[in-house]
Each structure stands twice: as C-alpha cells, then as structure tokens.
Design a protein around this ligand. Sequence first.
Ligand code: ZN
Length: 378
Amino acid sequence: MSGVDPPWARWYRCRSCGDEHPPDAVRWRCDCGGLLDLAGGYVRIPPAEEVRSRRSDLWRWSEALPFAPDDPAVDEVAMGEGAVPAVRIRARGCQVLATLEFASPTLSFKDRGAVVLVAAARRAGARRLVADSSGNAGTAIAAYAARVGLGCEVFVAASVSPAKLAQVRAHGAEVHLVEGTREDVASAAVDRVETSGAFYASHVWNPFFFEGTKTWAFDAWLAFGPHLDVVVVPVGNGTMLLGAHLGFGELVRAGHLPRMPRLVAVQAEACAPVAAAFRAGEDVVRPVAGGPTVAEGIAIAAPVRGTQCLDAVRATGGSVVTVTDDDIAVARAELAAQGLYVEPTAAAVAAGVVVAGLGAGDRGVVLPLCGAGIKAAG
Ligand SMILES: [Zn+2]
C-alpha cells in the first residue's frame, strides 16, 4: 500500500469512501459498510501464442493474477479450473461461441472465482471459511477448502436442489439450511462470520472472486480471437458479469481487443432487479419481490453489487434482458439436442440470445454455459 509493491500485490479499496485496507483474513467490508474492490497491481497479458505454450488452466494468466509466480498456495489449490472446451453452438437458432464452464472440477464456472478466493484466504492466514450460496458457489468453496485442508461452513436456502446439497456435504463442509429468501441466507452467514471470526468466503463481497472469474474473458479471447462483439452472461449477484467486465477491460487495455464487447446481461423474468432498473433508466438497482424460477442460480432479489452490474452494462452500450421459465426450457432442450446438458440457469443465457434480438447476422457472440445439468437433478 506504499513504497514499491510487486506487480501481483493487491489491497482493498472501499467503493463508497475510498479508504484502503490490507487484504487480511477478517475484513470483508469497509468500516463504513461499503463494498471493497481491489486496488494496486500491474496486469500483463502476454500474446496468445505465448500463453498457448503454458499450462492449460487459468493459472496460465499468472501476470494478470494477484499471486507471486512461485506462490505455493497456487499449486496447493489448483486442479485444472478454467481448462474447459470452447465450441461453436446454436442458441435459439443463432450461431454463437460458447465455453463449457460446466466441465470445471465442481461442474460450474464458480470454480474460477473459488480457486482464487481460497488461495487468497490461505495466504491471508484463514483457518476456517464461511460461504453462502444458491448452490454452485458454496459447492466450489467447499471443494477448494477441502483441497487445502481449511474448515468450511456453507449456508444455503432450504430449497436448494438435493444434488447440490449432496455435493457440498461430500466435500466435508458443515451445511446450514436456512428457511427464507436468499437474503436471509446471506444474513445468517454474516452473523456466523461476525461471531466466529471466520474468513467470509463470499463470492459477492470478496473482490478476489472476480480476479478468478475475469479469466473467462481471457480464455474466450484465446479460444475465439479478437472479434468478440457481444458477450451474453447470466446475472444474479453478478459474479460472471463483473468478472467479464474486468477481464475484457484488461484485454482492451493490453491492446488485444480493438474495443470493449457489449455486455448483455440475462435475468429470470420472475426475479429481475437489474433489468427493472435498466428499463426504467434508474441509476440504482433496488430490491424486488422475487418470485420462483427454475433459474435458481440467478434468483437474487437484492443483489449487493446490482448497481455495479448496471454501470458495467451501460458502460459497454449493452443491455439487460429477461427470460421466462418457458424460454429456459426451450433453450435447455435445444442445447441437450446438441449434446450439451446444462442446468436451467445456464440455459437462461442461451435463451437470452434471442430475447436480446441477436440473430443470424450477429457475429462474435460469446457466452458461458455455466453449470452442469445433473446439478439440477435429484
Ligand atoms: Zn468505506
């Protein structure tokens, strides 16, 4: 935070008051209550041909990540996250580029963020992690905590799919089922963090998570080249959207992309606070009374970083669209007919392609298929 810092050094900076804090094991927000971003660091993104000669997982982007090249935490925690297939698919009749994030170690894109967050927690000296989740993030945190021998507690809604619950428990995490809304789940986790002194491994609050999810943008560029015009991503809490915004921004600044792609954010019609603010021309995202949807991974009625998501979309000239459960079912069946079995939240993104008005004439449309179909079973 002063003097000459190494290029991988990062520290917390409050989005509200600008105060800076060291990234220790107990802080998860500013003293003023504000959200923390990461400050500092120097990001280098090597030419594509240089990166292709390296390891295949996200740690190949080492000069863009907040760890020293020889940090032992990285090899302890890494298990191939980010090394997923990149293919061309049809989404509602439109040819698009897709990365198969559901082929990650715990079967969702959340591994990208979880591996970086758990490595950062370990480096900060954390002994026990607390996470809250609609399913996939909790699973990923539990898996990486187990890999490095950290204790882990996961708070989830009582309505979570049984398959996801079984996955979390298999990794040895202590599971707390919370009746009520997703916000009630988060509040229970925060209470536990405050009373136990555990590290809050939140994919919403902790900005190290976005250092992991930003690598999706790098991998999309490496797989498909620089002609990426439109990026379609799911938005609940915004872990993918904010990571994509960060990552594509770093690619532009590095000179690897000619311009920032438009970000198209997809929400479930029944629970769409970011879309509501976007349509109304509001500057702030306010909580909504969310209804039920099959897209449980994006059913977030009061997203903590909702306004940040809205700002990111607008900054790229993008849009926020909503899809119904029927749209999702059609898209999910269309993907399965191409050999791709994904969970409803992942299919929502494919459904969003046509709702956003993207069609056969649009080229360079890229999206992540975030979670595996068997996660929604049971
Ligand atoms: Zn502050």
